[in-house]
Write a protein that binds this ligand. Sequence first.
Ligand code: FAD
Ligand code: NAD
Length: 510
Amino acid sequence: MQSAPFILPDDDHNRTLVDNVHPGNWTNPAPAERYNLVVIGAGTAGLVTAAGAAGLGAKVALIERHLLGGDCLNYGCVPSKGIIRAARAIHDVRTAHEFGVDGGESLPIDFTAAMKRMRRIRSEISPHDSARRFRDELGIDVFFGAGSFTGSDSVEVGGKLLRFKKAAICTGARAAAPPIPGIVEAGYLTNETVFSLTELPQRLAVIGGGPIGCEMAQTFARLGSKVTVLEYSDHLLSREDADAAEIVQNALMDDGVELCLRASILAVARRDNDKIITVEQDGKGMELAFDEILVGIGRAPNMEGLNLEAAGVAYDPKVGVTVNERLQSTNPRIFAAGDICFPYKFTHSADALARILIANALFMGRQKTSALTIPWCTYTEPEIAHVGMYEREAREKGIEVTTLTVPLSEVDRALLDGESEGFARVHLRKGTDRILGATIVARHAGEMINEMSLAMTAGLGLSAVGKTIHPYPTQAEAIKKLADAYNRTRLTPFVKKILSVWLKWQRKTQ
Ligand SMILES: Cc1cc2nc3c(=O)[nH]c(=O)nc-3n(C[C@H](O)[C@H](O)[C@H](O)COP(=O)(O)OP(=O)(O)OC[C@H]3O[C@@H](n4cnc5c(N)ncnc54)[C@H](O)[C@@H]3O)c2cc1C
Ligand SMILES: NC(=O)c1ccc[n+]([C@@H]2O[C@H](COP(=O)([O-])OP(=O)(O)OC[C@H]3O[C@@H](n4cnc5c(N)ncnc54)[C@H](O)[C@@H]3O)[C@@H](O)[C@H]2O)c1
């Protein structure tokens, strides 16, 4: 029997969570003689792989060293979106005077209550990922402990040897350690510790202006922290469409977030209760004092202890397990899915890869990751959602594009909602209605992008979107307006002239 880990704060909600995703009284089962599939790591990729394979009749073992649910449930999507919601509520109250509600600006914020709500909902979601559900409802052998390969067809966990026909490495990734002198000694938060806070840091430094940095910087600023983002590129969300990133950057500044761009962090030191960051910006050095530092500078693959050499699985220490398009590693019996092997590190891509893995590993499938259309969304306010190619990518590939943009200020519902800062943008293969990519910046861009993803996945052109009736007034009309804009591009002077001639003739006929 194993002792359960605990998540701080050690309250009822976190105890319920842990009781589901790593129960203290758990006894690992006696291993089967041989498994169709041994899955190492029980985040989204591992859980979906294990559940899907077992549902199709496979004998499956699932190994997890910490908490079932992985980053998404415990330290990622779920807790972050929980507190983003609280921050949004506060922002709405603070800005409600525009709608005739006075006094919201001075209402107090209860950070402790906001965090507790997040912990409650996380614990309520956790039964879905529970060890008992996977064992009792899905018939999976769940082993707690670190999995380690002992050969090309066997894994060891907690002193037990598991033999397999196929294995899936789904061990995910964790916050990359910042190569900054003194930061370890001074102490810093990552996504594994920030959601355990029970007191609001008055001054918060966020190192890294990617999705984690931006979502958390805006959230903590709205919750009442004085936030500074230190980012070494010259703007936030540098992978996104530059116009989209600029809108979000301005929104963060409106929320009071200070930006230190082109920042080269030289050192961190502790001085009394302060954490001092020494930073150089445009050749000028300065010292900034904070109560806490949150780091979100990318991810590092979880490979330590897996003993991949023993299994003949090649890897790159920075990138993760090496797989081909069919998710097969250099050992044909061993596959991988999720953050451990894929550049698009999202819960929904981990889920999609798990489905490919099951088909290819167990049923001789030939599915390829390159066939996937993967959207994503950063849940700032406004949100940035994207699918397919960016314009620069298309041009780099030598594809000629037509880019169409509809600002939300031209969409009635966005104006009525007071949410007109944003746009819908589509990139078409020049001379056609074929959608190469799309970016949406809107309060609910993550919901709106699905229409574009569906069109791309189903091979529908923008004209099909244009023929689809969108309810009025909705913000998704921005997408319909993109199609209208495309139709207007087809109205060349020649076509227009023919139509005019026809209509003129019509006026003369009975
Ligand atoms: C703050 C934050 C917010 C995020 N928000 C979103 C979002 O809104 N939307 C979205 O789509 N994505 C989001 N993500 C990304 C998403 O969480 C990940 O892409 C997803 O969790 C990847 O799933 P995975 O199964 O590959 O890996 P993980 O979730 O990391 O799971 C891997 C599991 O393997 C276990 N493990 C590792 N090594 C071993 C071993 N040797 N033996 C046994 N077990 C092992 C780990 O303990 C872990 O439980 C967010 C991430 C973070 C950090
Ligand atoms: N909404 C979502 O889907 C969501 C939310 C959060 C995280 N995620 C996933 O988690 C991944 C990791 O997110 P992330 O934000 O940690 O990584 P990231 O790689 O996306 O962004 C990191 C940022 O940190 C900057 N940076 C790196 N080193 C730095 C340094 N020393 N000083 C200053 N700046 C530095 C980079 O320029 C970059 O802008 C994302 O790529 C995404 O896949 C997704």
